[in-house]
Design a binder for this molecule. Structure first.
Ligand code: RB5
Length: 146
């Protein structure tokens, strides 16, 4: 089973708690890197925490949640080797993982219904990166972008 790190800012705190409870029930192992309340914090700090873990632990997956998911995805993608995908439905979650080998899922707590966010996270965690040559080639090229 893949290791899953999860983090949010205050805007994503409630959804983080909800997802964690539901995903653990589904059998996933989650490691919560905060935040731990509704108190205002800065999303780049949590994107950095997740990026550090994902880059250290091979094949681990991250979930980052803020109000829109945008701040988290911009921040996480600054770290080389992180492929953070802002997903808004099952299809984008499946393709982000399969085609883009995304290793971080970003969610917007203020733009998604809780049950939709759960569905998205579930698909993202179950899907695997494609073994097809064209996708592997494209993913390799991402790290060459300067
Ligand atoms: C915090 O109010 C909000 O700006 C943040 O959660 C996120 O939406 C940023 O992209």
């Amino acid at each position: 089973m893949k290791k899953v790190f999860i983090a949010s800012d205050h805007g994503g705190f409630e959804l983080k708690e909800f997802l964690q409870k539901k995903l653990v029930k589904k059998g996933f192992t989650l490691i919560d890197l905060g935040t731990h309340s509704n108190e205002s914090v800065d999303y780049p700090d949590y994107a950095k925490k997740i990026a550090g873990k994902i880059l250290k632990e091979k094949n681990s997956i991250g979930i980052l949640i803020c109000g829109t998911g945008i701040g988290m995805s911009i921040s996480a993608n600054r770290f080389k080797g992180i492929r953070a995908a802002l997903c808004w439905n099952s299809k984008t979650a499946k393709l982000a993982r399969n085609h883009n080998n995304a290793n971080v899922l970003c969610l917007g707590a203020r733009v998604l219904k809780k049950r939709d966010a759960l569905r998205i996270a579930n698909v993202f965690l179950k899907e695997n990166p494609s073994k097809e040559e064209r996708h592997k080639r494209r993913v390799k090229k991402i790290d060459l972008c300067k």
